[in-house]
Design a protein around this ligand. Structure first.
Ligand code: SF4
Length: 123
């Protein structure tokens, strides 16, 4: 019989490996959660990823349109051609993104080609 001098040795190694794996899994889980939090859009409800709908009450009161060319120019006479979310100071999306968070809409997404009456040109 060639049993180990330490019959509990293999069990200890197994338990040690199991504990190490649990620690590694916990560390990886924490790292993933932190990286997801760090890349979430800034501002209010930005994490929801909700895209503002033109039919929503705030959007309607501000005359928000996904396509600036469809703005009701009679009702929102301050609109000037060339104005759009992508060049508004309240737009927080990266240049070239089709949509991004808007501070006026609590960080919810608006189209970079959109417009509302709270438009304020980036300086
Ligand atoms: S405030 Fe600016 S970015 Fe936000 S919806 Fe209005 S025009 Fe677009």
């Amino acid at each position: 019989m060639s049993r180990s001098n330490h019959p509990d040795g293999s069990r200890r190694r197994f338990l040690g490996t199991l504990a190490g794996s649990a620690c590694l899994f916990g560390w990886l889980h924490t790292a993933v959660v932190r990286s997801q939090t760090a890349t979430a859009p800034a501002g209010g409800q930005g994490g929801s990823g909700h895209h503002v709908a033109e039919s929503e009450p705030l959007a309607q009161s501000l005359g928000y349109k996904d396509d600036a060319s469809k703005v009701d120019k009679a009702k929102f006479s301050t609109f000037k051609p060339g104005e759009k979310c992508g060049n508004c100071r309240f737009f927080q999306g990266a240049s070239g993104q089709s949509a991004g968070p808007c501070q006026i809409f609590g960080g919810e997404l608006v189209s970079s080609t959109g417009w509302c009456s709270s438009y304020n040109a980036k300086t």
